[in-house]
Design a protein around this ligand. Structure first.
Ligand SMILES: O=P(O)(O)OC[C@H]1O[C@H](O)[C@H](O)[C@@H](O)[C@@H]1O
Length: 351
């Protein structure tokens, strides 16, 4: 939580235990001399070896590290000399954590998040692609439950400001084509620049037929208390209110300069400017600047998630209302930059 509201952090996150080494089948063990049985090779050991290989190939001293994350999943840790850190999981191509130099976490992981690939990781910045939803395929598409690959890593050569970056890619596979029959490449770079976190997503049509898609960065931000969170930058916008029924949204106009949340909220704001701001209630705010993304979703489930709704607010850059139509060989690009700002006059001051 920003500004050291450590009391707001969660301790109840359910995690899968790291995979343990399993013994070989007995028939095979019979051929293994006893003293060597600890050297068995298993899927878990293979995963660890794979992580070590990725680290060897893509690690950059002090700035980029590939290590084992929760549930034994590979994650890339970006460290900036300013003290900021980000963790990017290959599963889902997901930024799970972004910490300020103070150690304060900006993003939020739901307590029901799991790291065993049985479902997408519920927290951080999951992808919604190739469909935001609801729609013809699974809610929010498949990009959040696929393994992305590392394409490259870098750390800028300026001696004091080595901006670490990782680029991940996801391409169509038998699995993706069984859901959505189009050849594509998604290239997603995540980088730290001083105190800010930047993402750059490109979708490329690698097939010979046009396709359309919708997408979003389903960003979870930690707030002091949802009743104290405020969003600026939405005044005057038309929005699709999905709260009563996500399948039959009602179009409305936002009249408020400062949007507060006092019940379930699921709204797609149409064509905001390139900047919105989430005041997290501590005297700090997250500024969200973007290009290419055309809509902003604000989501809080309220008492449908009693264990966590008070502690997060999703503010999601998306391309939802008007799908992107991509011709063969063409591409679409959208960027997002998050910064933490200290507010001069917070709307709420602690009693
Ligand atoms: O639970 P998930 O599949 O992650 O979706 C959680 C929520 O995401 C979005 O913000 C949608 O607008 C909501 O309609 C949806 O309920």
């Amino acid at each position: 939580m920003l500004l050291s509201y450590k009391q707001a952090s969660y301790t109840g996150v359910r995690q899968c235990p790291s995979p343990q080494l399993q013994p070989w089948p007995l028939s095979r063990q019979a051929h293994v001399p006893k003293r060597r049985r600890t050297c068995i090779f298993t899927p878990a050991a293979a995963a660890t070896q794979n992580i070590a290989k990725l680290q060897q190939e893509y690690g950059i001293a002090e700035h980029v590290q590939v290590v084992e994350g929760q549930g034994g999943l590979p994650k890339v840790v970006l460290s900036h000399s300013s003290g900021t850190k980000a963790e990017v999981y290959l599963y889902g191509g997901l930024v799970l954590s972004w910490k300020q130099p103070s150690g304060d976490e900006v993003l939020f992981t739901r307590p029901d998040a799991v790291f065993d690939k049985s479902k997408p990781i519920s927290g951080g910045i999951p992808h919604c692609f190739p469909q935001f939803g609801p729609g013809k395929i699974q809610q929010h598409g498949f990009a959040r439950n696929c393994d992305w690959e590392i394409a490259s890593t870098s750390a800028d050569l300026q001696p004091d400001e080595r901006d670490p970056e990782v680029e991940l890619v996801l391409t169509d596979s038998d699995f993706t084509r069984s859901i959505w029959p189009h050849p594509f490449k998604a290239a997603y770079s995540v980088s730290l620049h001083g105190d800010s976190l930047r993402t750059d997503l490109r979708i490329i049509n690698t097939g010979d037929q046009a396709f359309d898609f919708t997408a979003a960065l389903h960003s979870y931000f930690e707030v002091l208390d949802i009743s104290k969170a405020r969003i600026r930058g939405l005044k005057g916008l038309q929005y699709l209110d999905k709260t009563p029924d996500p399948n039959n949204p009602v179009e409305k106009k936002e009249e408020r300069e400062v949007v507060s949340i006092d019940g379930p909220m699921d709204a797609v704001f149409l064509s905001p400017g390139d900047y919105v701001e989430l005041d997290v209630g501590t005297g700090a705010a997250v500024s969200i600047s973007s290009s290419g993304w055309e809509d902003v979703v604000v989501w809080n489930p309220w008492d449908a998630m009693p264990a966590s709704y008070e502690k997060f607010c999703c503010v999601e850059n998306g391309k939802i209302a008007k799908p992107v139509v991509l011709q063969p060989g063409s591409s679409w690009r959208a960027t997002q930059e998050l910064n933490v700002i200290i507010l001069d006059t917070p709307d709420f001051v602690e009693d």
